[in-house]
Ligand binder design. Sequence first.
Ligand code: GUN
Length: 297
Amino acid sequence: MTATIIDGKAFAATVREKVAAHVARIKDAAGITPGLAVVLVGEDPASQVYVRSKGKQTVEAGMASFEHKLDADTDEATLLALIAQLNADPTVHGILVQLPLPAHLDSDLVINSIDPAKDVDGFHISNVGLLGTGQKAMVPCTPLGCLMLLRHQHGSLSGLNAVVIGRSNIVGKPMAMLLLGDSCTVTVAHSRTKDLPAVVRQADIVIAAVGRPEMVPGDWIKPGATVIDVGINRVEGEGGKTRLVGDVDFASAVEVAGAITPVPGGVGPMTIACLLANTVTACCRANGLEEPEGLTA
Ligand code: GUN
């Protein structure tokens, strides 16, 4: 059997279209333009690429994009003052501070200074608590994107066994909460898990989010399972060229799985699409407007 390849690139395009359509409706009905502020501290090349891409896609969806680039040696007080200013700005509905921050800045303190209603990353402790207790939260973008792909693939996820490999605050933990919210039986596996292959073989849904290239081989996968590969790892390929691979060994897994996301072109494009979705959702909540359908958890 060869798995269905889940086309995250195409699905992300449909999410962006839904966002753009809702933005147009909000502009028409209420005269409000949703706005996203992105704060980048320092010159990390990968972060610069992400921030540029976020800004471009924000504008393409009809929203306002505000970019704030600060020097790598910016002190905490200056950054917190900028966040306070964005919190108070009614034209800004979403705030994202690009991570990682330079080592001298306390990421937790910075993230928790963002107004939770504008925390489109869903990293503020209030949003983590709301998600964990099944209340209306801002939901982290990558797990939200994975959930959308899974719902699209399966319809209902109720009663399915899901194994999340990785326990990060950005992906693993919120992913587990979202899957619980959709009535999956959830196992969170990590580096200390005993007999990981046996754990993964129980899963109808596998979410791989560890950041280790091709660590999940096909013979760990239950035949017919859905595999969502969150990994984006740069490895040296033939002729010294770098290539992107996931946390799953795609070549062997595609022969066993029922459906699988490729890398690139799977989960990756969903992250920014969900950031745009969260921004329009935050704008609607802030202004008492109807939220877009199918773009939240
Ligand atoms: N750096 C890598 N991924 C992310 C993300 O999802 N949000 C933020 N703010 N920074 C990141």
